[in-house]
Ligand binder design. Structure first.
Ligand SMILES: Cc1ncc(COP(=O)(O)O)c(C=O)c1O
Length: 399
C-alpha cells in the first residue's frame, strides 16, 4: 500500500514467529461478558480484579492498571517524586520505553552497563557511579559532572531474568534513592525466591502483544505504598478531585486500562503458571540442544534466580560459529524463522545523544552478538526442533 508507515515488524505469513500471545482460556468468555453488559470502558469489575490478581501474584499490596507499560513507568516516576532535571540511573541494555518515560518527566537518564553473565544492569557499575561520580550534599546525592540531583534507579529485569538487586537496593538505601523496577519483561521471575515487582519501592509491568501474558496493550503499577498507589490511580484517571463537578487540582493523564482489555488480562493471569512452565520447557530444550554447539552461548539462569525465559536469546561468536548474529538472522529468515537482535543500547541512541554517555562495552558486545529465537508459549515442538535443526546443521555454514 502506498504511503504505508511501517512501525512494527509483524511475523511474516508462514513464518515461525518470534513471540506471539497464547489465547486459549477464558478470554472470549470474559470479553464477551463486557460486550454483552456494555462495561467496555475504564470502569468495571475486570479492571479492579486484574489489579488485584497481578498485585496478589507478585505479593504487593496495590495494583494500578494502565494503558501500557510505558504509561505505568511514567506515572511510577511521578509518584516516586522524580522531578524535572533530576537524574535516574537505568540499564543501557533495554527497550527504549523506560528511558523515554524518564524524559517525559523532564528528568535525565544515566545509562549503566550490563554485566556479562546474565546481561542485566551491573550492580558494581551502579555502585561505582554513585560512589565515585557523585557527591552527597545537604541530604541529597548530586552528579559531580552535571550538578543534577540523582533521585532514582530503574533496574530493568530483561528477557525474563531478574537483576541482581540486593547490592543495588543497599546502595539505594545508603543514598536515599527510590528503586523503580521495570519488571515489564519478567512477570513471574523470582530473585532469591521473591517475585520481581516486589523487591524495590514500586514496579511496572507490560501486557503488550509479545509479553508473557497479553491484553493486546496494557500495563500495571504495583507497590506496597498506599499513598503512592492512590496518587497513581489519581494521575492515571485525569487527576479528578471532584468527578461530578470536573474539578482538577493537578495535571493528570488518561492512562487507565479499559475493562475490555482487563477482562482479557484476568483470563491470561489464570494461565500464567502454565505459560511460565512452557517458556521454561522451551528454554531447556534450546539450551540442551545448543550447549555443545561451538560459538553459541545460551541464555543462563543465575543460582539465585528463577527465570521465566520470556525471550529466549543466544550469543553468536562470529569467529567460532562462522557467521555473526545478523548473518544468522538472515539465514533463519530464509527458512521462514523469525528472530531478532537485542536493542541498540541507549547510550548509543540518537534519542539520548544529549545524555551523559559512559563506556558500556558489555552492552555493546551483547548488542552485536545477541539473537532472540522463537519462543512463543504455544510454539509447537516440531517448530522448535526445526529451529534447532537449522542452527546445528553444518549446512548452515556451507551454503
Ligand atoms: C523493558 C521494557 N520496558 C517497558 C516496556 C513498555 O511497555 P509497553 O509496550 O506496554 O508500553 C517494554 C515493552 O514494550 C519493555 O520491554
Amino acid at each position: 500500500m502506498k504511503n504505508k508507515l511501517t512501525v512494527e515488524l509483524p511475523p511474516k505469513a508462514g513464518f515461525t514467529p518470534l513471540c506471539v500471545p497464547e489465547i486459549r482460556g477464558n478470554e472470549w468468555k470474559y470479553v464477551k461478558e463486557c460486550l454483552d453488559t456494555g462495561w467496555v470502558s475504564s470502569v468495571g469489575q475486570y479492571v479492579e480484579r486484574f489489579e488485584q490478581d497481578v498485585a496478589h501474584f507478585v505479593g504487593a499490596r496495590f495494583g494500578v492498571a494502565t494503558v501500557n507499560g510505558t504509561a505505568a513507568l511514567h506515572v511510577a516516576l511521578r509518584v516516586a517524586g522524580v522531578q524535572a532535571d533530576d537524574e535516574v540511573l537505568i540499564s543501557t541494555l533495554t527497550f527504549i520505553a523506560p528511558a523515554n518515560a524518564i524524559r517525559y518527566t523532564g528528568a535525565w537518564p544515566v545509562f549503566i552497563d550490563a554485566e556479562p553473565q546474565y546481561w542485566q544492569m551491573d550492580p558494581q557499575k551502579v555502585a561505582d557511579f554513585l560512589e565515585k561520580k557523585c557527591q552527597w550534599r545537604d541530604g541529597a546525592l548530586y552528579n559531580r559532572t552535571t550538578a543534577r540531583r540523582v533521585k532514582a534507579i530503574i533496574p530493568v529485569h530483561i528477557l525474563g531474568h531478574p537483576v541482581d538487586l540486593r547490592p543495588i537496593l543497599e546502595v539505594a538505601r545508603k543514598y536515599n534513592l527510590v528503586v523503580i523496577e521495570d519488571a515489564t519483561e519478567s512477570l513471574g521471575a523470582k530473585y532469591h525466591g521473591r517475585m520481581v515487582g516486589n523487591l524495590g519501592d514500586i514496579a511496572c509491568f507490560s501486557f503488550n502483544g509479545n509479553k508473557i501474558i497479553s491484553t493486546g496493550g496494557g500495563g500495571m503499577i504495583v507497590t506496597d505504598n498506599e499513598e503512592w498507589a492512590r496518587k497513581a490511580k489519581y494521575l492515571t484517571t485525569q487527576a479528578k478531585d471532584d468527578p461530578l463537578e470536573y474539578v482538577h487540582n493537578e495535571i493528570g493523564y488518561n492512562y487507565r486500562l479499559t475493562n475490555l482489555l482487563a477482562a482479557m488480562g484476568c483470563a491470561q493471569m489464570e494461565q500464567l503458571p502454565e505459560f511460565i512452565a512452557a517458556k521454561r520447557r522451551i528454554a531447556s530444550s534450546y539450551s540442551q540442544a545448543l550447549k555443545s554447539l561451538p560459538g553459541i552461548t545460551s541464555m543462563s539462569e543465575a543460582p539465585w534466580a528463577y527465570s521465566t525465559f520470556w525471550l529466549y536469546t543466544i550469543l553468536v561468536d562470529r569467529e567460532i560459529f562462522g557467521m555473526d548474529s545478523r548473518a544468522l538472522l538472515r539465514k533463519l529468515d530464509q527458512s521462514k524463522i523469525q528472530t531478532r537482535p537485542l536493542w541498540e543500547p541507549m547510550h548509543r541512541s540518537k534519542a539520548f545523544a544529549d545524555c551523559g554517555a559512559f563506556d558500556c562495552p558489555v552492552a555493546d558486545q551483547l548488542n552485536r552478538d545477541a539473537l532472540s529465537l522463537p519462543c512463543s508459549v504455544g510454539l509447537a515442538d516440531d517448530d522448535l526442533q526445526a529451529v534447532i535443526a537449522i542452527l546445528t546443521s553444518s549446512k548452515l555454514h556451507h551454503d
